[in-house]
Design a protein around this ligand. Structure first.
Ligand code: PFF
Length: 456
């Protein structure tokens, strides 16, 4: 990622650098871990379909808006909104709060991935493929799960602190295609398991009658989460862009890559889960944040003697995808603190580290000594609460405020002119109608329907 300390504003070396960096931020645990469990929970193909629709409508429209806003103002989130008047800073501040809620639990899941990588070496593949006991014992062991989270955090902080992000991004150039190839191979293998084809149908075919407000808000939140939207980050990334980069094709490529990886991740996990449990309802009932950590080891185990190598390689690749995202989250938090307080970058990073570490420890303990805290009903955890507040509440509200602000206050022309600096904008009219009318109405309807359902 571009450095934020240099006096002249850093910039990407070209379109490819931007698309890769944005895709590296976007593709992460959201696609690999979060998407499959949500799809499993909400009817497979039904969720996939709604997610697909959101990614290629509101997802792309907002990606374009945020990157163009960043490039136009040359500022990260708070400054970009403030550039049009001090009174608009609150939108930037609200939006900027989101990454602070996400990083702590992102690092907890990063710790789980790290544990599985180590587990393949020290415990062997059979121990991990025991139907969930390995996983439950691990998260219920507070000190152990904290240690693994701290290892993941240390990797993240170290990269941000010494500024070797460029190196990480280069490595990512190899890791990301490898992840895609490996996920595709595992997905194809998983489909050969008995019963998996029924699972594939469950995963791909939507049942439109099963669409509920809860499903819709989850798919919406997932769209924002995976595309790193409604949390300020793409504004910052846009601010490093030069005027010649074509925004329209870039955002389609970023969204397409992210969707593709999510699709594959679901393909590895959901048909296999369906094959093991036998019905969509059973899949939904057994789905949750632990899904990837329970099902994949079983798929690898079925693949025979290569299981430990496969498991190791796979979790290394997921770890990489997670790291490039957590780095961009920590970078974002650091530059928000820096911009807001005017302090040095090192100090801002220190504040971020302290906050994230303390919060992360609390989230971890939510599965052991603090497990009596079940904020969203029986069996829920602190992690579920943070995930819910950020994805289902704050991001939709941030997106709504941004659309209304651009559509009605600063006017879409500002963004359209910025897009047109580098390319023709064929969808100009459609985009305007979408940001001005469709997106705000849809977002309000979704939020209201969801609140009504929750209350009633
Ligand atoms: N998009 C990332 C994922 O799906 O894993 C999560 C994320 C990374 C969100 C970086 C925000 C961000 F700034």
């Amino acid at each position: 990622m571009a450095e934020t300390t240099s006096p002249a504003r850093a910039s990407w070396s070209g379109k490819l650098a931007f698309v890769l960096a944005a895709a590296a931020s976007a593709v992460g645990l959201g696609s690999m871990w979060r998407f499959p469990y949500l799809a499993a929970k909400y009817g497979g193909g039904t969720f996939l379909f709604v997610y697909l629709v959101f990614v290629f409508t509101i997802g792309i429209a907002l990606l374009l808006l945020e990157t163009a806003l960043g490039r136009h103002t040359r500022q990260s989130a708070i400054g970009a909104f403030k550039a049009f008047g001090k009174k608009y800073a609150f939108i930037g501040i609200f939006t900027s709060a989101v990454p602070f809620i996400i990083v702590p639990y992102y690092c907890v899941i990063g710790g789980w991935v790290t544990k599985y990588l180590v587990g393949y070496v020290t415990d062997g593949p059979a121990a991990l493929a025991d139907g969930g006991a390995f996983f439950s014992n691990f998260i219920a062991d507070g000190p152990q799960s904290i240690v693994f989270m701290l290892i993941f955090m240390a990797l993240t902080y170290f990269t941000v602190a010494v500024g070797v992000n460029k190196g990480i991004e280069k490595a990512n150039l190899v890791m990301m295609p490898l992840l895609i190839i490996m996920a595709a191979a595992v997905a194809i293998y998983a489909l050969t398991m008995p019963g998996a084809l029924d699972g594939l149908a469950f995963y791909l075919l939507p049942d439109l009658s099963a669409i509920s407000p809860e499903l819709i808000i989850s798919a919406l939140g997932q769209t924002f989460f995976t595309l790193s939207l409604a949390m300020g980050i793409m504004v910052t990334y846009g601010s490093y862009l030069d005027k010649s980069t074509k925004l329209t094709s870039s955002v389609v490529q970023i969204a397409g890559t992210t969707f593709g990886v999510s699709l594959l991740a679901g393909m590895m996990i959901i048909p296999a889960t369906f094959a093991a449990l036998g019905s969509g309802q059973a899949v939904a009932e057994n789905s949750g944040p632990s899904l990837m950590f329970i099902i994949l080891p079983q798929v690898f185990q079925n693949m025979g003697p290569a299981a430990s190598v496969l498991g190791c390689v796979f979790f290394i690749l997921v770890l990489f995808a997670a790291l490039t995202s957590s780095i961009s989250l920590v970078e974002t938090c650091t530059s928000i603190i820096q911009d807001a307080t005017g302090c040095f970058r090192r100090r801002a990073l220190l504040y971020t580290v302290i906050f994230v570490t303390v919060m992360g420890i609390i989230v971890n303990l939510g599965y052991s000594s603090l497990s009596f805290i079940q904020p969203l009903g029986e069996g829920s955890s602190i992690l579920d609460l943070l995930d819910f507040i950020s994805n289902s509440v704050m991001m939709p509200i941030a997106a709504l405020m941004t659309c209304i602000w651009v559509g009605w206050i600063i006017k879409p022309k500002v963004i359209i002119d910025e897009v047109k600096v580098s390319t023709k904008f064929g969808a100009e009219k459609a985009w305007t109608v979408f940001i001005k009318y469709i997106a705000p109405v849809v977002l309000v309807v979704i939020l209201v329907a969801y609140v009504a359902q929750t209350m009633g």
